[in-house]
Design a binder for this molecule. Structure first.
Ligand code: ADP
Length: 323
């Protein structure tokens, strides 16, 4: 392997820049040529590809977002689109790829490897933490910290007015941010996509907390949960607890932004190095992840299987601490 292309794709996540920087620096360390593919697979199709030098990656470790930009590409899902992308890579002489993104982006990398045999290395870049083969994805820790910081502020106003707040956090199919931010901000209840919580049991819990003289109640709701959106749940609860002053806050995209935490910087740096070294050792069609602090390469097809479960013990802890 002589020339490696790096791209970020799908939803952006804090720490993507740190991962790009680590991969590119590692490439230079081993005298490889490193190419930036801008705007994910879209840029690969449109030939938005530039050779990187060390100036390109100066002072990006600490910045949120991704300087390579990210995009979603419908065209890459077509055989013609992937053919165009392959021709562009070939013309640049790029002989391996590092794809930083979520399950969709890694699926694309796997398909591309199968079709054209371009060695592909995936890195888990998503705030949702919904990839197997790694304890944590790049951006997850930062997103949880951001959510907790925001919820702390909401608690100040909730307490001052004896209000009941429903705070919606990101995580369409996975409750990892909700559980983590919920435990970390002393939430009254946490509703996650993996479980359906009956409104009646939520109401009972809130009533018993009122009896216990809890002056503020914050319920964390993961977006896209089976029980409904934060607003829908708030509307239902209002019918049972009409005397409560109920407010809804959707944290939304602020959870994607900001400087990566030390945890995400370290994770992204280790995985960036592992990505290049893995490719050099002939590890293809795999995702580099960190399990128990050690680098592990998992076949992409296994990493993208939607089987990462919220830790039962986390749910138990959340329940004990909110009762
Ligand atoms: P994420 O990587 O965050 O899960 P998406 O699911 O939107 O985000 O995927 C990002 C991009 O990856 C898509 O826009 C598309 O270009 C590519 N991709 C996703 N799924 C496939 C697929 N089945 N085949 C080819 N490319 C795909």
């Amino acid at each position: 392997i002589k020339k490696i292309g790096v791209l970020t794709s799908g939803g952006d996540a804090p720490g993507m820049n740190a991962a790009i920087r680590a991969a590119v620096r590692t490439g230079f360390y081993y005298n490889l040529e490193m190419y930036g593919i801008y705007r994910g697979y879209e840029g690969m199709i449109q030939n938005d590809i530039k050779k990187l030098n060390s100036l390109n990656i100066t002072h990006i470790l600490e910045r949120g977002g991704t300087f390579l930009k990210s995009a979603r590409s419908e065209e890459f899902k077509t055989t013609e689109g992937r053919k165009k992308a392959y021709t562009n890579l070939k013309n640049h002489g790029i002989d391996a790829l590092i794809v930083i993104g979520g399950d969709g982006s890694l699926t694309g990398a796997h398909l591309f490897f199968q079709e054209y045999g371009i060695p592909a290395m995936g890195l888990p870049g998503t705030i949702d933490n919904d990839l197997s083969g790694t304890d944590s994805t790049i951006g997850f820790d930062t997103a949880c910290n951001t959510a907790i910081e925001a919820i702390d502020k909401i608690r100040d106003t909730a307490t001052s007015h004896d209000r009941l707040f429903f705070v919606e956090v990101m995580g369409r199919d996975a409750g990892f941010i909700a559980i983590n931010a919920g435990i970390g901000s002393a939430a009254a209840a946490i509703l996650i996509p993996e479980n359906k919580t009956p409104i009646e049991s939520l109401v009972e819990k809130l009533k018993s907390r009122t009896k216990a003289m809890k002056t503020s109640n914050i319920v964390i709701v993961a977006e896209g949960g089976k029980s409904g959106s934060a607003q829908e749940i708030a509307d239902k609860v209002k019918k049972y607890l009409p005397y409560y002053d109920i407010k809804v806050t959707i944290l939304g995209h602020l959870q994607r932004g900001g400087a990566p935490t030390s945890f995400d910087r370290l994770l992204a740096s280790k995985l960036g190095v592992a990505a290049v070294e893995g490719l050099m050792q002939g590890k293809y069609d795999v995702m580099a992840g960190l399990i128990n602090h050690k680098v592990v390469f998992t076949p992409i097809v296994k990493a993208i299987v939607d089987d990462k479960k919220v830790d039962e013990d986390d749910l138990r802890v959340a329940n004990i601490l909110s009762t």
